[in-house]
Design a protein around this ligand. Structure first.
Ligand code: SF4
Length: 323
């Protein structure tokens, strides 16, 4: 591990002023310190933002505002979120260990880096870590890798469970920089790898996530997060589904479906949603709609199973909702 300076700042203005090339913000430290120990990241200046006033969960007619420094465990335990947005609470509870959930911030969770083993191993090439060096996952071990949104430069999956639930709910982020504040839809925030997999999101130099804005959606109380993985705890998704259904008199009025573990970014399944709308809720409609999920998938040597797994994950998640 290399030498670095560590400075705690009291305000968002101070944090932004301290930001410069080679610096990094530190919140829960559950990603940054790991990657510093592995020599994947080596900031010169670490800016501790834990004292910033970015806590609190506010419920209003406009939805829910979650401070970016709220801890994962606190958000999952919030009574309104647990009751009205169970898909958020469940995504958080199925992420990482209790110890990590207690430390990790919501903003940091959304910015966590991929779990691709090549990215975390500095003895191997990796276009995301070292642009232009190559992508050994294309012809190497790629069982965990993506089948949607991939490019010839990178096939890494996005690691956040929370982001999958938030994409399904059409959440936005509030961002702050010395140029002012702006609001960005989370779906527009994440970038496909293309030829520049090192650029993962639309966060400008020095910019901070200050709030997560969850819009009102009364039928999100009928939602679920199903995560399929190799073991039942402390493991990343082979495939996950964030699902919400609006059912009236047995007919599906609206649906939200997003998948994790299959895309280079959290993947909204709009074709599946469209196929569900207007159908009578039940297994036959769920199976028929879920078939759309495999469209456009580019399977690699070791992860062809994800096409079938994705459709089955969606069906199982839908069946678990009481309709
Ligand atoms: Fe690096 Fe992406 Fe290839 Fe993994 S999949 S080795 S993160 S370029």
């Amino acid at each position: 591990m290399r030498a670095f300076s560590l400075t705690a700042v009291p305000s968002v203005e101070d944090a932004v002023q301290r930001s410069r090339p080679g610096s990094a913000y530190l919140a829960g430290a559950t990603t940054l310190v790991d990657l510093m120990k592995l020599e994947v990241l080596h900031p010169n200046d670490v800016v501790d933002i834990n004292a910033l006033p970015l806590r609190g969960i506010t419920v209003s007619a406009d939805g829910v505002r979650i401070g970016a420094l709220e801890r994962m465990s606190d958000v999952a335990a919030h009574p309104h979120i647990a009751a009205q947005y169970p898909v958020i609470a469940q995504a958080l509870l199925r992420s990482a260990s209790q110890q990590i959930r207690t430390m990790a911030s919501i903003g940091g969770n959304l910015l966590q880096r991929t779990r691709c083993g090549y990215y975390r191993d500095v003895t191997t090439p990796c276009n995301k870590r070292e642009p232009g060096s190559g992508c050994p996952a294309l012809a190497g071990g790629n069982r965990m890798h993506a089948v949607l949104g991939t490019s010839k430069s990178c096939v890494a999956t996005h690691a956040s469970d929370l982001a999958v639930a938030l994409i399904a709910l059409d959440v936005s982020l509030r961002l702050y920089s010395d140029a002012g504040t702006r609001t960005v839809r989370l779906a527009d925030f994440y970038l496909l790898p293309g030829e520049t997999p090192d650029l993962e999101h639309d966060l400008r130099p020095g910019e901070l996530i200050t709030e997560v804005l969850v819009p009102p959606l009364d039928w999100a109380s009928r939602s679920v997060y199903l995560k399929i993985r190799d073991r039942e705890s402390y493991e990343f998704a082979l495939c996950s589904a964030a699902v919400a259904l609006d059912v009236r008199d047995g007919v599906i009025a609206d649906a939200r479906i997003a998948l994790g573990g299959v895309g280079t970014v959290p993947w909204r399944m709009r074709a599946v949603e469209a196929a569900l709308r207007g159908a009578r809720a039940g297994e036959a409609a769920f199976v028929a709609a879920a078939e759309q999920a495999a469209d456009g998938m580019k399977l690699l040597s070791d992860n062809g199973f994800k096409a079938t797994l994705a459709t089955r994950t969606i069906v199982r998640a839908l069946l678990s909702l009481e309709v």
